[in-house]
Design a protein around this ligand. Structure first.
Ligand code: FES
Ligand code: FES
Length: 165
């Protein structure tokens, strides 16, 4: 076992993990952050996307030991007492989900897209989300939601800024 210390959604955790433990399993099984989901375990679907030091990563593609000393933000760290994150609001308003399984990862990736492209074209949104699969929506409303969120104050906020609060 290896001791790691990591900040997740603004709280600091120290835990012993096996060197082979994936970040997504650490988040779900050790920390109970089940808002981050597993769709494939093979880096294909993006359902497990979280932010690591403010940039999106597929957490099934990262070992827990690799986040020692770093900051992770999950879908559970986006909302504040003031309400949902603007990207969450926009997904809600634009009906950008059906079953919702892809949604946590899709939202985390969508925020990363706006961090890279604050005023994105439709093509930039589609390219930015190409690693996140949705089997329900046909993507149309997801793209609309991200485009609308780009106009909302705070939608492109790097979520790690919340971590340090
Ligand atoms: S569960 Fe990580 S990419 Fe599918
Ligand atoms: S809403 Fe069902 S997989 Fe995307």
């Amino acid at each position: 076992m290896t001791r790691i210390t990591v900040t997740v959604d603004g709280a600091k955790y120290s835990d012993d993990v096996e060197p082979r433990t994936l970040l997504v399993h650490y988040l779900r099984e050790t920390l109970g952050k089940v808002g981050t989901v597993v769709g494939c375990d093979t880096s294909n679907c993006g359902a497990c996307t979280v932010h690591l030091d403010g940039r999106s990563v597929k957490s099934c593609n990262v070992l827990a030991v690799q986040v020692d000393g770093h900051e992770v933000t999950t879908i559970e760290g986006l909302a504040t007492e003031a309400g949902l994150h603007p990207m969450q609001e926009s997904f809600h308003e634009h009906h950008a989900l059906q079953c919702g399984y892809c949604t946590p990862g899709m939202i985390m990736q969508a925020i990363d897209v706006l961090n890279t492209h604050p005023d994105p074209t439709e093509e930039q949104i589609r390219l930015g989300l190409e690693g996140n699969l949705c089997r329900c929506t046909g993507y149309h409303n997801i793209v609309k939601a991200v485009a609308a969120a780009a106009k909302a104050p705070g939608a492109a906020a790097v979520s790690s800024s919340k971590v340090g609060d």
